[in-house]
Design a binder for this molecule. Structure first.
Ligand SMILES: NC(=O)c1ccc[n+]([C@@H]2O[C@H](COP(=O)([O-])OP(=O)(O)OC[C@H]3O[C@@H](n4cnc5c(N)ncnc54)[C@H](OP(=O)(O)O)[C@@H]3O)[C@@H](O)[C@H]2O)c1
Length: 320
């Protein structure tokens, strides 16, 4: 089968398209013919190993698993002996940031992995783009215990995480103020934001509104900048560690505070979370934003674009 393989950590050019053996499913696994995947910041982070800590999971000197792609959607072609609730021909999607494998024509998926049936109305591209951004957003929103009726801000609403966060927060009945650039204002309104602040022409910290939850989905703000915008018990969360890892220290220091706090949850995704996202898709409450698609052969180009920090929503990889 054809796969995008990386044998060492580094820039997008360490990835190349190769012929490799098609994997065989173990008794607890299925063989998936991958139709679509995404190229995202999680794949890019593990490939570059820019944060050394990722090597503790992926291999200290070189990657143990050489095919990335944490998002995937496709059709089951073989079923292991111990798999009883999935069958050949089932269309599924999933997320796996431990074994990865979606950047290939075939991959094996364990019955215990975070997978769910593809929503009937979703294309493979949409199904592949349902998870990566949304799983970070869902994890942070849940950790902040956001409730219906609350005022929330999503800073960096045009990324994969931000555009998912806007829709998830709206589906929960919150009032969403989004911060994005001029070119994305209409898009962000179309996915449900009640108010959009254009960061190119306005200073978002000048707003007179106060928030129960501020979600920085691009890691470009700081707690000190956002603290005055938080209500008395407001919560700040960022997708980045912050200057000198401040978001980690602050989350520990302020953990017992009865006032404004920083939280830094560790994301994890279960089957039920993907079923929840599929359900929201079917209900028309969450549709992943897709910026553009690349064929598998152009994966290096796709990585370059993703790492420009300019993508809007998700970048899809067309495998079949
Ligand atoms: N290390 C990891 O494993 C990992 C995994 C996932 C995510 N992350 C982090 O999570 C963050 C979000 O990732 P993502 O995939 O959702 O999106 P992304 O690729 O980082 O895209 C960011 C979006 O935010 C906008 N943006 C850039 N600068 C901005 C600013 N100053 N204010 C407001 N918007 C701004 C960009 O559009 P414009 O520039 O056109 O405004 C773009 O649409 C990133 O910081 C990423 O590093 C890290």
């Amino acid at each position: 089968m054809k796969a995008a393989v990386y044998e060492k950590y580094g820039p997008p050019e360490v990835v190349s398209i190769k012929e490799v053996d098609t994997p065989s499913p173990k008794p607890d696994e299925v063989l998936l013919k991958v139709h679509a995947s995404t190229v995202n910041r999680t794949d890019a982070g593990f490939r570059s190993a820019i944060y050394f800590v990722s090597r503790f999971f992926s291999g200290l000197y070189r990657p143990k698993r050489q095919i990335l792609g944490c998002d995937f959607a496709g059709v089951i072609e073989e079923v292991g002996n111990n798999v009883h609730d999935l069958k050949i021909g089932d269309k599924i999607f999933g997320f796996n940031d431990q074994h990865f494998g979606g950047h290939a024509e075939y991959m094996t998926v364990s019955k215990y992995d975070a997978i769910a049936l593809k929503p009937n109305s979703a294309s493979y591209a949409e199904a592949a783009a349902l998870s990566e951004g949304a799983h970070y957003a869902l994890c942070d929103i849940r950790a902040a215990k956001v409730k219906a009726g609350q005022d929330v801000m999503v800073y960096g609403a045009s990324g994969a995480i931000g555009s998912a966060a806007v829709q998830l927060l709206k589906s929960m009945g919150t009032h969403v103020t989004a911060v994005a650039n001029s070119k994305n204002i209409e898009l962000i309104k179309s996915i449900g934001a009640d108010q959009v602040i254009d960061y190119e022409t306005q200073d978002f910290t000048a707003t007179t509104k106060r928030f129960d939850f501020i979600f920085d989905a691009v890691g470009k703000s700081s707690f000190s900048q956002c603290k005055p915008l938080l209500k008395q018990k407001g919560i700040y969360v960022s997708t980045e560690l912050g200057k000198n890892l401040e978001n980690i220290w602050l989350s520990m220091l302020l953990s017992l505070s009865k006032g404004r706090r920083v939280i830094f949850p560790i994301p994890s995704t279960k089957k039920e979370d993907l079923e929840y996202l599929a359900q929201l898709f079917e209900q028309g409450k969450f549709k992943p934003v897709i910026d553009r698609s690349y064929p598998l052969d152009d994966i290096v180009e796709a990585y370059r674009y993703v790492e420009s920090g300019q993508k809007t929503g998700n970048v899809v990889l067309d495998i079949q």
